[in-house]
Design a protein around this ligand. Structure first.
Ligand SMILES: Cc1ncc(COP(=O)(O)O)c(C=O)c1O
Length: 455
């Protein structure tokens, strides 16, 4: 839309939507899309350069950066985001899954407005946290008690600490490519930002023999297995159900706790993805959309484990957090669960997203372009390759092709992040699905053959 709106203005680049012979190689293709992007977004570029004076690399949240420079957003409403150059995009980035309800959902905003005048941070216990926790407990079979926190990272840190305390053991078994927060980033396991590096053992996702090997060697020291039931940030790899069931039985055999990081996957069903696959963890971590759009994290599980976090327990693990029960977050999260994240809306989102998946696959198949769509339902991870990846090591789509795809989509009015995931929200409209499918057609026509270079 944005680029189309600017057609005919003096000095404008040729938009990437116009038919012309396909670039013969990926470098030329990226150079073309980048020229279009740069010439269309001078204000974002200027703001990005200025931001570097006060923010490291002009950035606050690493996952939002992409080269040559990220868009600066001015506002967001429902399913649209508007950037500093005035372009309006259909938002299929949706805050890296956090904006499940779209932007400024009316029911959530109404609840927040009603709450705002009564104080933004009580510094005391209140009904909203109890009501919200009760609703989560009602939905999740594996959750009896909830500890609220302020981020998914914090939830996973607390889960690990609790598991270590409960088992009296020191190791955590996770997976290469798992992302559990900014200090539990196993996409980059050696990063010095990661905590507890010496206490973490990493196996290969969907390769149970690598788990069993670690368990054979060090099983008696393992406090927990921490896993995303669908590996999200790394590329939407769906865990085979037998893999997760085996993790469940291994934990039972060795006396470790199974932790499901459902920060992304809880969106797939009211009771989380665990209710879809029928494998239940000891502890579950939640985040992102669950706070209704405000800062959020939560840890839930059986009372016998969770109660150690509470005052009065003989072996209490003392654990605070200034904004953990922030009244606005509790109001927003509770309103979201009661009014928006309801069965009918989840069903509609899943089925519409599945139709979108089929449409994208059909379009690629017709043209003989290899396409795999990872993840589940409303999270659609694109991999332009012949085989569906089961884990990070199976990804063949090169970073430069992802760059091409993202810049093309942005140049065509569809906002997605560099990782190439369509994140569908409850606010996305039929017009936007059509616009996305049409842009995808044009992308395939123009650049689909470039996949020959690496497949
Ligand atoms: C699966 C998963 N776990 C945990 C986190 C960390 O959550 P937060 O960014 O709120 O700390 C993320 C964030 O992307 C995530 O995707």
């Amino acid at each position: 839309m944005s680029i189309l709106m600017r057609l005919g203005e003096p000095g404008q680049m040729e938009p990437s939507t116009m038919q012309r012979p396909a670039e013969t190689n990926i470098d030329d293709a990226v150079a073309h899309e980048q020229r279009v992007y740069e010439s269309s977004n001078p204000t974002s570029r200027r703001k990005f350069e200025a931001a570097k004076e006060v923010l490291p690399g002009g950035n606050t949240r690493g996952s939002l950066y992409f080269d040559p420079f990220p868009l600066f957003f001015q506002s967001a409403r429902s399913s649209k985001v508007i950037d500093a150059d005035g372009h309006e995009y259909s938002d299929f980035g949706n805050d890296l899954t956090a904006a499940l309800f779209g932007h400024s959902n009316e029911a959530i905003v109404a609840a927040l407005k009603a709450g705002l005048d009564n104080g933004m941070s009580y510094g005391g216990t209140h009904d909203h946290e109890v009501a919200f926790a009760r609703e989560i407990r009602h939905r999740f079979r594996s959750i009896e008690r909830v500890r609220f926190l302020t981020s998914g990272t914090e939830a996973n840190l607390a889960a690990i600490r609790l598991a270590k305390a409960e088992t009296g053991r020191g190791l955590v078994l996770g997976f290469f490519g798992g992302y559990h927060g900014n200090v539990l980033n196993w996409l980059e396991p050696k990063s010095e930002m990661n905590v507890d590096r010496a206490d973490v053992r990493l196996a290969r996702f969907n390769h149970i023999e690598t788990v069993e090997q670690i368990v054979r060697d060090e099983g008696k020291d393992i406090a927990a297995i921490l896993v995303e039931p669908i590996m999200g940030s790394a590329g939407g790899f769906v865990a085979e159900t037998t893999f997760l069931s085996r993790l469940r039985s291994i934990c039972d055999e060795i006396g470790a706790l199974l932790i499901f990081d459902e920060v992304q996957t809880a969106r797939f069903a009211l009771g989380g993805y665990q209710s879809v696959i029928g494998v239940y963890p000891n502890l579950t971590t939640l985040g992102k959309f669950f706070g209704g759009g405000l800062n959020f994290g939560a840890l839930g599980g059986a009372a016998r484990h969770m109660d150690r976090l509470g005052p009065g327990h003989a072996r209490m693990l003392s654990h605070g957090g200034t904004f953990s029960n922030n009244v606005l977050t509790m109001i927003a999260g509770h309103a979201a669960l009661k009014k928006v994240f309801v069965q009918e809306n989840v069903d509609r989102l899943n089925s519409r997203s599945n139709e979108l998946r089929s449409a994208l696959l059909r379009r690629a198949n017709t043209r003989g372009v290899p396409l795999q769509l990872g993840s589940f339902g409303s999270l659609i991870s694109t991999h332009f390759q012949a085989e569906m990846p089961r884990g990070p090591e199976d990804v063949k789509t090169p970073a430069i092709f992802r760059k091409l795809f993202q810049l093309f989509m942005i140049n065509n009015g569809i906002f997605i992040t560099r990782r190439g995931q369509f994140t569908v929200s409850m606010a996305n409209t039929e017009d936007e699905f059509s616009a996305l499918e049409n842009a995808f057609d044009r992308f395939l026509d123009r650049y689909g053959e470039l996949t020959d270079d690496y497949r």
